[in-house]
Design a protein around this ligand. Structure first.
Ligand SMILES: [Zn+2]
Length: 199
């Protein structure tokens, strides 16, 4: 596994590919994050896995708005086994006091050796500072290749946080030349029959 030297900028990406098993653990963390869907908003969905010598010792996700962050739930489950472990977390651990104390402090206190994250926190209060704090404590910090998956998971959160606008998905039926009605504005049926019309 690669790690960022203290002087490096993780924004430039990971210098070497992480091992396949690292990405598998991150995939697991992304799956866990989805358990919070519909319960954590407007917070992001976050998942975390604590691995000690290739074995899972803690699983966690952000379960509900105002509740513990994913890392804390996973570290609590791991208990003493978190010492010397690798923590996989879908979002950069926070370093600010929000509704809960900063996660980086708990990670440091638990004795975690490595942190693999999938995306930086778009919150300007964190945005790279959480990672820096971990590195300053001698914890290896690596970026997963699954950033795209992690961003997709929280696309509405990222959009509202960075642009201040809602995330909208629009879907319509259109003709091959890209029209949704005639030039007179008259609507014409151009999609398939609705389910009630199907024989
Ligand atoms: Zn946190």
């Amino acid at each position: 596994m690669s790690s960022f030297p203290v002087s490096s900028d993780w924004k430039s990406g990971c210098p070497d590919n992480l091992r396949l098993e690292d990405e598998n653990w991150m995939r697991r963390a992304i799956q866990l994050a989805k358990n919070g869907q519909g319960r954590v908003e407007p917070n992001p969905m976050v998942g975390a896995v604590v691995v000690q010598q290739n074995e899972v010792v803690g699983l966690g996700w952000h379960e509900k708005f105002g509740g513990h962050h994913a890392e804390i739930n996973a570290l609590n489950q791991a208990g003493g086994n978190a010492k010397g472990s690798t923590l996989y977390v879908t979002l950069e651990p926070c370093c600010h006091h929000g509704k809960t104390p900063p996660c980086v402090e708990s990670i440091i206190r638990a004795g975690v050796s490595e942190v693999v994250f999938a995306m930086e926190d778009p919150n300007p209060l964190v945005a790279g500072k959480g990672l820096q704090k971990l590195q300053e404590q001698g914890i290896k910090v690596s970026k997963s290749q699954l950033e795209k998956d992690a961003r997709f998971l929280n696309a509405p959160f990222i959009k509202s946080f960075t642009v201040g606008k809602p995330f909208v998905i629009a879907k319509w039926a259109m003709t091959l030349d890209g029209k949704i009605a005639t030039y007179t504005g008259e609507s014409k049926w151009i999609s398939n029959p609705g389910p009630e019309n199907r024989s």
